[in-house]
Write a protein that binds this ligand. Structure first.
Ligand code: HEC
Length: 472
């Protein structure tokens, strides 16, 4: 990635790649803001930012004098009293010098130093979050401000009327338009507080096969970036900038663009799956792609009495499907599956006055291989009932399987929390997982052809989200 790429205004189109399920489609206008992106793609190279309303650095003379005292006490032992640092044989005239040996403190004066920071805000953040190395982030706001004022003064920037303040204005006080943001020092093993954690981070975002995988959904990725990056200025970007960066990461990881922008809607993002090769079955907004059979002892209309609409049984609530519990029935994706990996998340709600998870009898399940709709149909049912999760129900007496109840108890999360389900069907065998733990392995069952997968309503409420499938 080059500086030109980063500083360019990049128009990206992103989609959640399931237009056939009516998924929201995102379009992204990216104004690539500097080093965060550069770091994200692994190139800690020269980068720059777009500034619209830049101003000159400004600090108070006495503030800088106070900063000199702070410097002597907390910084000079490494960077030396003359600010020249202790990198022995560096060519300090170069803007790309690296003071390679761990522990070597670089000079804090000179063109090469100033070139490393786009704005006073960047310099301030660097000091605030990473210095002094022997007691990181231990200085008060006042001391950090005054020591930065001192560094500005020592680098020939004249004092002004006003003191430097910890405010957004610092970010528009430009020091160097082609700054590398001091990132040279963050390379390699000394990188204890770098920006993105380099290749490992990106590699998992790009979807290494096998479990565990790090980002289920765009929401997980967005939350991680928003709450931990940039590491030297956590949560320091605007919501729009975070959205743009996440959109950019999606694009860089091969997800195709679409028509709508990625919006700050965490519930929608929760349903944007990132698993490689998986098709999203629920779009977070409506029931596109789903069929319904609702009504006790009912085949669907026209021959039966069953309702083929969501009725009062299924609702969409805050980006989740809410199974209200009655009337009985199920909803199913409008496709048949035989060999597949199904993943989803579910949540039970506690009821008022509930004292223990054992007192909740919410009952649902995943009805596999349905070929003739009915309530209830002939099916192999992976149990979803509270306290029996991922065991076998309907069809169990015709199957051979192992069920690890102790593993189920260890793996389950308390009522009120989201649990992850994975069901793998392969050539007549079946595996069920709860929060990544194998619970049931079916070595033999009587079903031999592809069928519908029913999301069962026997009682509620149950919430579902992030439902996705990979069919072979
Ligand atoms: C224990 C030694 C030590 C102390 C004390 C220390 N530093 Fe550093 N400083 C370093 C080292 C080593 C680096 C380079 C490696 C790194 O980034 O951590 C560095 C890097 C820096 C950088 C980035 C320079 C560049 O060109 O990227 C700045 C700015 C800085 N220090 C300022 C300060 C200030 C201000 C203080 C006092 C509040 C301070 N340091 C205290 C060791 C120290």
């Amino acid at each position: 990635m080059t500086a030109a790429t980063v500083t360019a205004v990049i128009i990206l189109k992103l989609t959640d790649y399931l237009e056939d399920a009516g998924g929201p489609v995102m379009r992204r206008l990216i104004i690539a803001t500097a080093f965060v992106l550069a770091a994200a793609v692994g190139g800690y190279t020269q980068t720059g930012r777009l500034a619209t309303n830049s101003s000159s650095p400004s600090y108070g003379k006495e503030q800088a004098d106070r900063g000199k005292v702070v410097y002597s006490r907390y910084c000079s032992k490494c960077h030396l009293e003359n600010l020249k640092g202790n990198c022995p044989s560096e060519d300090l005239s170069s803007t790309s010098y690296i003071c390679a040996a761990p522990g070597n403190a670089p000079p804090l004066t000179g063109a090469s130093f100033m070139h490393r920071f786009y704005s006073v805000g960047d310099l301030y953040s660097r000091v605030k979050w990473t210095m002094p190395v022997d007691k990181v982030a231990s200085l008060s706001v006042e001391d950090n401000l005054s020591v930065v004022a001192y560094l500005l003064q020592a680098n020939g920037i004249p004092a002004g009327q006003e003191d430097l303040k910890a405010a957004a204005a610092m970010k528009t006080m430009v020091l160097s338009r082609d700054a590398s943001a001091g990132l040279g020092w963050h390379r390699g093993p000394v990188n204890s507080y770098g920006l993105f954690v380099g290749d490992a981070w990106l590699a998992s975002a790009s979807g290494i096969p096998g479990r565990p995988q790090r980002w289920d959904t765009v929401a997980d990725l967005y939350n991680k970036v928003r709450t931990t990056q940039p590491a030297y200025d956590v949560a320091g970007l605007s919501t729009q900038e975070y959205l743009d960066i996440v959109a950019y990461l999606l694009k860089q990881n091969g997800l195709p663009a679409g028509k709508e922008e990625l919006k700050n809607d965490i519930n929608l993002m929760r349903n944007m799956t990132l698993d490689k090769g998986f098709e999203r079955l629920f779009n977070g907004k409506d029931f596109t792609g789903w069929g319904f059979v609702v009504g006790p002892n009912c085949k669907p209309r026209p021959e039966g009495c069953g309702d083929t609409t969501p009725g009062t049984t299924f609702k969409i609530e805050e980006g989740t499907i809410l199974n209200t519990g009655s009337p009985h029935g199920y909803m199913y994706p409008l496709k048949k599956f035989w060999n597949f990996t199904l993943r989803l998340q579910y949540r039970f709600d506690p009821y008022p006055g509930m004292e223990s998870d054992d007192d909740l009898f919410t009952n649902t399940g995943y009805l596999l291989f349905i070929t003739r709709h009915d309530v209830w149909p002939r099916t192999l049912e992976v149990q979803g009932k509270n306290d029996f999760e991922m065991s076998l129900a309907m069809g169990a007496n015709e199957s051979t399987f192992t069920f690890d109840d102790a593993a189920r108890i260890r793996a389950r999360k308390p009522v009120g929390q989201w649990n992850s389900v994975e069901i793998v069907s392969k050539d007549g065998q079946l595996w069920t997982y709860l929060n990544g733990t194998l619970i049931t392995h079916v070595t033999k069952h009587p079903f031999t052809e592809a069928g519908y997968i029913g999301f069962q309503v026997e009682s509620g409420p149950v919430h579902w989200r992030n439902i996705r499938i990979k069919a072979d």
